[in-house]
Design a protein around this ligand. Structure first.
Ligand code: MLT
Length: 302
């Protein structure tokens, strides 16, 4: 019999995948395993019973990895399980930055009461005109599970795609379109692209990597997208760049109080992986890994 505790509710599909050997407990101190989505665990005290933590998601910055290693607690995440959900929202983010969909929707809502919509539509068409993605240059920093899908989607949209990733795996390389131009340096990507999207995990070395120096190398009017982690972008520098027009839009999946509400920022409340499919995939993978480890001692992060 194994006891588990969920710090965040995970998809029922994952819970249903557990055999009768797994019993939920109401006290995390009595658990052999913890299941978590985004809840911060850095302040949490772990009991002697705890053997594993399964994160239903890719990023593990909410988990104290060093302490887990010292205490012999195995940590799993679910790389790739939500990649398609994130990819689709990145494409939506590029479209939101290019076509004033939100302005148009608001305009219709504001004008419908006056009954003037039909008459004024021509004005609206001019006011909310945008630009197309086809033919534009897309830069993808990090060509892992999510970045690879975004890069391939860019190719399908007719964009010229620059990828940068010094550590791309052989498997990932096989999945990538041959039409991606592999930039030799990240600066090459910064200098060339109209849309730049970042898909790397946050580490001690890349905090604030998109700062005034990086932004200064980019084309004026660039669109920057961040669906990876808020700390990768220096938000003060980004605000200056939005104000000066160096960056036209900053699309962020992290609603920090600093950036929310700034003109040109399009901020979403961390919805990249919030789809039924991604949540089910993550929960199933997390539970499968956990059972495989607890019952057979296998450590397989896939
Ligand atoms: C991730 O790292 O995969 C995301 O933060 C997923 C989530 O929203 O939980």
């Amino acid at each position: 019999m194994y006891h588990y505790y969920c710090l965040n509710p995970i998809s029922q599909v994952g819970i249903d995948a557990m055999t009768e050997k797994y019993v939920p407990v109401s006290d995390p101190k009595k658990a052999d395993a913890l299941l978590v989505r985004s809840a911060g665990m850095h302040e949490m005290e772990f009991s002697q019973e705890l053997k594993a933590i399964a994160r239903a998601g890719a990023g593990v910055n909410n988990i104290p990895l060093e302490r887990c290693a010292e205490e012999g607690i195995v940590v799993f995440n679910t790389p790739g399980a939500n990649a398609n959900g994130v990819k689709e929202l990145v494409i939506a983010g590029m479209l939101l930055a290019s076509r004033d969909i939100i302005g148009g929707i608001n305009w219709v809502q504001e004008n419908e009461e006056d009954g003037n919509i039909a008459k004024d539509t021509e004005k609206a068409k001019k006011a909310f005109a945008g630009c197309e993605l086809e033919g534009k240059k897309l830069g993808v920093i990090g060509l892992g599970a999510i970045g690879g899908l975004v890069a391939n989607a860019g190719i399908h949209l007719g964009m010229e795609v620059f990828g940068f990733d010094p550590y791309v795996s052989v498997d990932a390389a096989w999945r990538l379109s041959r039409n991606i131009h592999h930039a030799k340096t990240v600066d090459e990507l910064y200098k060339n692209c109209d849309y730049i999207t970042v898909h790397v995990p946050a580490t001690a070395n890349n905090k604030g990597m998109i700062d005034k120096n990086a932004i200064g190398l980019m084309k004026k009017g660039v669109v920057v997208l961040n669906f990876a982690r808020d700390v990768l972008v220096n938000e003060e520098d980004m605000i200056d760049a939005l104000e000066s027009g160096q960056v036209k839009h900053y699309v962020s999946d992290f609603p920090t109080p600093v950036i929310a509400g700034v003109k040109g920022a399009i901020v979403i409340p961390h919805l990249g992986a919030s789809t039924e499919e991604s949540e089910d995939n993550c929960a199933k993978m997390a539970v499968r890994q956990l059972m495989d480890y607890l019952e057979y001692g296998n450590i397989k992060n896939s």
